[in-house]
Design a binder for this molecule. Structure first.
Ligand SMILES: Nc1ncnc2c1ncn2[C@@H]1O[C@H](COP(=O)(O)OP(=O)(O)OP(=O)(O)O)[C@@H](O)[C@H]1O
Length: 557
């Protein structure tokens, strides 16, 4: 009777197990399968009769069977293990993601006699993960991959089948894996970590990816691993490159309409042999323009000689430009050719022509008019086969009016004039120049800086840049040197720059004067066009700000 009862009970429990939707199986102390329900059969494709009596690791073949088996862990700790994500293999060797919970089985005396494990299919949630456009993978606490979605397969070129169960560093092969691993940091700090890292895909191609790593917790709040989303930045880098190429002219970059108009006429100007006058603040790229004209001109095979008129005292400058003949003065013991002579057949770039002393202005005028010059102490003139390009940051018209610059020389040099706008009037160039500078200084300093943070960009877009492009490039160079990672943040900017930027806004406010259009534009851009905030910053009401904007022709942001 009792045997019959037991038999009935077993049948009864067997029915219960088979009607449970999760896979359930039990093992003895040696990990041999004792019971195996219908859902476990469906999940694994293994019949109950084939499973019972075999060691469970032969059936499930998971990455944790050897190390990290949930049933063994439950037995060792004396308490259940819940919601552990593992990937089992079915009879056809397909990977099946499941969430596992394991508990201990006791006999009537309370002695452990084995374990029971439930397997809940994660297919649905993993199907959702697979439909995410970004790469996404999960790891257990030992950094073994437990899930690897379709986009992660595409980015790395490694299939989920190969990746699952392997340590993530073997798949991503990034320098970050041995140094600043975002996943390790996320798990250690409990914070979400965003970073750009370079990985090698299956074919060894380097790829820049942006990752975001977070910790995974089980229902009881215990750390069970990590999850990382991965975005391939290669297309963005390619687009950036394309944009830069599109807006490049020789080594000059700009997307500003006024600058683009200059680029458009450069080839014609270069071909003309006409004297060119470059007018623009210091650091706006005058020398680069001069080089571009020379490189595009028929004189490109000849020399390009540069003389900075502000760099030398008058007497030295004169002998430097025109040369000296032996005996011209005491100490002139031999013939020394001037830069003009050395420039024969090339382009002569006179920088800072506004600093040229009046007596030399007369001599230069003669060269421009007669195409010949006389070295100091020479008896006869020499032919000057040079093309002149001059430049200054000064206002030559004002100097002519003051009498410090000769009007006839001004007319002579001012045949073709290129006015180069200051950087504050073409802020749209700032991101482009930043990208160019990052690429340049990464090469110089062997760094991997890819971007500046949004806060830094905002600050750069609102700074007035009195030193123009040169100042911007210096700033990026200093920041790249200080930056160990891939992004320049406020911490990498020199403190004097941070101070200046703050002061700029304060000065506008304190002066009580109507700010310039450039200042208003800068403030509007800093506050993303929020007029109320700009008005607060300037300590004025919104109507006054509106009036100023109208008067200065400042458009809404
Ligand atoms: N549009 C630009 N694109 C790329 N680089 C630029 C651009 N403008 C300027 N630069 C860079 O900025 C720096 C300063 O430029 P450059 O020396 O030509 O300026 P400048 O106007 O001649 O200055 P200065 O009047 O002080 O001699 C250089 O490193 C130059 O390569």
């Amino acid at each position: 009777m009792a045997d019959n009862d037991n038999c009935e009970q077993l049948k009864y429990f067997s029915h219960i197990m088979d009607s449970v939707a999760d896979g359930v199986f039990t093992v003895d102390r040696d990990m041999h399968v004792i019971a195996f329900n219908r859902a476990a059969e469906l999940m694994t494709g293994i019949k109950r009769a084939d499973a019972v009596g075999r060691p469970c690791h032969e059936i499930f073949r998971t990455s944790v069977c050897d190390n990290g088996c949930p049933v063994r862990e439950a037995m060792k700790k004396g308490k259940p293990v819940t919601n552990r994500e593992v990937t089992i293999k079915n009879a056809e060797d397909k990977l099946i993601p499941v969430s596992v919970s394991a508990s201990i089985l006791y006999d009537d005396e309370g002695n452990p006699i084995g374990g029971v494990e439930t397997l809940r299919s994660m297919k649905r949630i993993y199907a959702i993960m697979d439909s995410v456009a970004d790469g996404l993978f999960t790891v257990d606490e030992g950094m073994h991959i437990t899930h690897f979605n379709k986009a992660a397969e595409e980015i790395t070129g490694v299939s989920a089948q190969e990746a699952i169960g392997r340590p993530c560093y073997e798949i991503f092969k990034s320098e970050a894996c041995t140094g600043a691993c975002p996943m390790v940091e996320a798990i250690a700090t409990g914070q979400s970590i965003q970073r750009e890292v370079e990985i090698s895909d299956r074919k060894g191609r380097k790829k820049l990816i942006s990752v975001s790593a977070s910790t995974l917790y089980d229902a009881a709040g215990n750390v069970m691993g990590g999850v990382e989303t991965v975005r391939d930045l290669t297309p963005i880098t390619a687009i950036k490159e394309e944009i830069r190429e599109k807006y490049s002219f020789r080594s000059l970059v700009s997307r500003n309409p006024a600058m683009r108009r200059l680029f458009d006429v450069m080839e014609d100007i270069a071909a003309s042999n006409a004297t060119v006058f470059l007018n623009g603040e210091s650091g706006t790229g005058k020398e680069l323009f001069a080089r571009a004209i020379h490189d595009l001109s028929p004189r490109r095979e000849g020399p390009m000689v540069i003389v900075n008129c502000g760099a030398l005292p008058e007497t030295l400058l004169e002998s430097e430009i025109f040369g000296v003949r032996k005996g011209a003065f005491t100490g002139a013991t031999e013939n020394r050719p001037g830069r003009l002579e050395l420039c024969n057949g090339g382009t002569f770039f006179l920088d800072e022509i506004g600093d040229l002393p009046l007596p030399l202005q007369v001599k230069l005028l003669r060269v421009l008019e007669n195409h010949e010059f006389q070295p100091l102490g020479a008896r006869s003139p020499i032919k000057a086969d040079v093309r002149f390009i001059t430049a200054t940051h000064r206002n030559l018209e004002e100097m002519v009016a003051e009498g410090t610059f000769r009007q006839d020389l001004y007319f002579r040099i001012n045949i073709v004039t290129l006015n180069i706008p200051p950087l504050r009037d073409r802020r749209e160039d700032i991101p482009l120049l930043v990208d160019m500078a990052l690429q340049r200084f990464n090469l110089t300093y062997n760094k991997k800086v890819r971007s500046v943070s949004p806060e830094v960009l905002k600050l750069l877009l609102t700074h007035s840049f009195p030193g123009n492009v040169r100042e911007l490039l210096n700033l990026i160079e200093q920041s790249v040197i200080l930056c160990r990672g891939t992004e320049i943040t406020l911490d990498h900017l020199p403190t004097n720059f941070l101070g200046q930027s703050h002061e700029q806004a304060q000065n506008t406010r304190r002066s009580g004067k109507i700010p310039t259009a450039a200042d208003l534009n800068a403030l509007l851009s800093r506050y993303s066009g929020n007029r109320a905030e700009v008005a607060r910053e300037l300590n004025i009401d919104r109507t006054t700000l509106w009036r100023w904007m109208k008067r200065l022709g400042v458009k809404e942001f």
